[in-house]
Design a protein around this ligand. Structure first.
Ligand SMILES: Nc1ncnc2c1ncn2[C@@H]1O[C@H](COP(=O)(O)OP(=O)(O)OP(=O)(O)O)[C@@H](O)[C@H]1O
Ligand SMILES: [Mg+2]
Length: 461
C-alpha cells in the first residue's frame, strides 16, 4: 500500500514538473529564465527517479530478509517441536488447534467416568486421542506440573502423553498418542456382533499367545512404574478399559487419571480416592491406605479376566424373603480357586480359545497361580510387579498360592447401594472389624488424620 502511494506521488510530481516546463516554454519562450527553470525541473525529475529507485531496492532487500527469517523461524519451530517430541515434553495446545484436529470433537472413541475421548489428527499428521475432562477444579499450575510429571514417565508399554490444553473456566484436555486397536476389553470379552458392526470400535477374540504377551507387557509397564522410575508411580485405575492395543497387539497401559507420583519412602498412603469396582484391593475399599500392592491386586484380577474371557465380578438380582431384590455377586476368582483344587484348570479358559486349541495347560496353570498370588487379601503376601515379571518369564518358580478369603466379594456385598465403591459411614466400623479379623494386623494403617492426602485426580472424579 505504501509503495503504491509513493509511486502515485512520484508520478504526480514528474507530471507537475513536466507541465511547468511546458507552461514556462509557452510563457517565457526560449529566454534565459526558461532554460534556468527547465534545468531545475529536469534535476528535480532525476531526483524523484533516484529516490524511487533507491526506495525500491531497499524494499526488495527488506522483503528478502523477512522471508529468510520466516523460513528459518519455521525450521526452528519444526526442529523444536521434534526435540520436544523426542524428549517427551508435553506441548501446550490451543483450544482451536484441538478443535481443528478433532474436526469439532466429532469422532468419539469412548466415554469414561468424567471424560470423553475423541480421535484427531494434528497439523503434522500425528493421529491422537484427545481426552476432554470436565469437573477438574485444580489450579492451572498444579494441572500443568502433573501433566509434565506424567509425560516424563516413558516406557514402550505406557501410552504417551503428547500435550494438554486448558481453557479458563472450561474443560481441560489431555492429548495422547492414538492407539490403533483400542482397549483390551473389546478383545477379551465376547461382544454382541451388533456392537462391533455399529461403531468404529475395534474388537474381536485375542489369541492365546497374544493374551500371554499382553499380560507380560502390562506387568512390565507396572514394574517400571513401581520400581524403575525416579519416583514410585501408582496407576490406581487399572482395568481392561485402560489397557490399549497397538497395531501389533502390543499392550500400552493408559490413563494415569488416578495416579500420583509418590516418594519412594512413602510405601503406604491413605487416600479418599475412588477406583473401579471389581479391581479394587480390599484395603483400598476400606480406605485404609493404598500402596503399589493395590495395582498388583488389580493386575491379578485382569489376568484372570484375560485367561477366562469374562468379567471377574458378575452381578445378578435375586428376590429376597422381604420381596426386595438383592444383588448377588458371582466372583470368577472363587470359581478359579475351586477348579485349581479339582485339577480342572482348563475349564476356566475362555471357551472360544479352548475350542480353537493351542492353549498350553502348563502356561495356564502358571498364569492362574501368578494371578492368585496377586489377589491375596493381605498386601504383604502379594508379589511385587518385578517378581511377577520374573514369574512370567520363568525365572522364579510359581508355587501354589495359599487359600484366599476373597474379602473383596464380601465387601462388595456389604455395600448395599450396589454401585458405590466407597463404603457408607455406618458400615465402616463393621468393615474395619472384618479387616482386623481377616487380615494381618500390620495391614491396618494409622487413621486418616495422620497420613491423609488426597490423590490428585486428573480425570476429575
Ligand atoms: N490413546 C487412546 N487411543 C485410542 N483409544 C483410546 C485412547 N484413550 C482412550 N481410548 C478409548 O476411549 C475410551 C474411553 O476412555 P476413558 O479413559 O475416558 O474411559 P474408560 O477408560 O472407559 O474409563 P476411566 O474413565 O475409568 O478411565 C477407552 O475405553 C478407549 O477405548
Ligand atoms: Mg480410561
Amino acid at each position: 500500500m505504501e509503495d503504491r502511494k509513493a509511486n502515485i506521488i512520484a508520478i504526480s510530481l514528474v507530471s507537475i514538473i513536466t507541465i511547468s516546463i511546458i507552461i514556462a516554454r509557452i510563457v517565457l519562450k526560449l529566454s534565459k529564465t526558461f532554460f534556468l527553470i527547465c534545468g531545475a525541473d529536469i534535476a528535480a525529475i532525476l531526483a524523484v527517479f533516484a529516490i524511487v529507485f533507491i526506495r525500491r531496492r531497499f524494499n526488495n532487500r527488506r522483503k528478502l530478509l523477512e522471508t529468510q527469517l520466516v523460513s528459518e523461524g519455521r525450521e526452528l519451530r519444526i526442529e523444536y517441536s521434534f526435540l520436544r517430541k523426542v524428549a517427551g515434553v508435553p506441548t501446550k495446545f490451543r483450544y482451536k488447534e484441538l478443535e481443528d484436529a478433532t474436526d469439532g470433537f466429532r469422532s468419539l472413541l469412548g466415554r469414561g467416568a468424567s471424560a470423553s475421548v475423541f480421535k484427531g489428527i494434528l497439523n503434522d499428521g500425528t493421529p491422537v486421542a484427545v481426552k476432554r475432562i470436565v469437573g477438574d477444579e485444580r489450579g492451572e499450575k498444579e494441572f500443568r506440573s502433573e501433566v509434565a510429571a506424567i509425560a516424563s514417565v516413558q516406557h514402550v508399554n505406557l501410552v504417551r502423553l503428547l500435550g494438554y490444553c486448558s481453557v479458563p473456566t472450561g474443560p481441560r484436555f489431555l492429548v495422547y498418542e492414538f492407539v490403533h486397536n483400542g482397549s483390551l476389553h473389546n478383545w477379551i470379552f465376547p461382544r454382541k456382533q451388533s456392537q462391533l458392526e455399529r461403531g468404529r470400535i475395534r474388537g474381536g477374540c485375542l489369541s492365546w499367545d497374544h493374551r500371554c504377551r499382553v499380560a507380560l507387557h502390562v506387568a512390565k509397564a507396572l514394574a517400571y512404574l513401581h520400581h524403575d522410575c525416579r519416583s514410585c508411580v501408582l496407576h490406581m485405575d487399572l482395568k481392561p478399559e485402560n489397557i490399549l492395543l497397538d497395531e501389533r497387539y502390543n499392550a500400552v497401559v493408559s490413563d494415569f487419571g488416578l495416579s500420583k507420583l509418590m516418594g519412594k519412602e512413602e510405601s503406604r498412603i491413605v487416600t479418599t480416592i475412588r477406583g473401579t469396582r471389581g479391581y479394587l484391593a480390599p484395603e483400598w475399599i476400606l480406605e485404609n491406605g493404598v500402596s503399589e500392592k493395590c495395582d498388583v491386586y488389580s493386575f491379578g484380577m485382569i489376568l484372570l479376566e484375560i485367561i477366562g474371557g469374562r468379567r471377574n465380578i458378575c452381578v445378578t438380582n435375586e428376590d429376597g424373603n422381604d420381596n426386595k431384590t438383592k444383588k448377588k455377586f458371582e466372583c470368577f476368582a472363587k470359581i478359579v480357586i475351586e477348579k485349581l483344587k479339582e485339577g480342572k484348570i482348563m475349564e476356566i479358559v475362555d471357551r472360544r480359545l479352548a475350542q480353537a486349541g493351542g492353549v498350553d495347560e502348563t502356561m495356564v496353570r502358571r498364569l492362574v497361580c501368578v494371578a492368585l498370588w496377586c489377589i491375596q487379601d493381605k498386601p504383604k503376601i502379594r508379589p511385587s510387579m518385578a517378581v511377577v515379571v520374573e514369574m512370567f518369564e520363568g525365572r522364579v518358580p510359581v508355587d501354589e498360592p495359599p487359600d484366599s478369603q476373597m474379602l473383596m466379594v464380601d465387601l462388595l456385598s456389604i455395600d448395599d447401594d450396589g454401585d458405590s465403591t466407597t463404603p457408607p459411614d455406618r458400615l465402616r466400623p463393621r468393615l474395619a472389624e472384618i479387616m482386623r479379623n481377616q487380615m494381618m494386623d500390620d495391614a491396618i494403617i494409622p487413621s486418616t488424620a495422620g497420613y491423609s492426602f488426597s490423590i490428585s485426580v486428573l480425570s476429575g472424579r
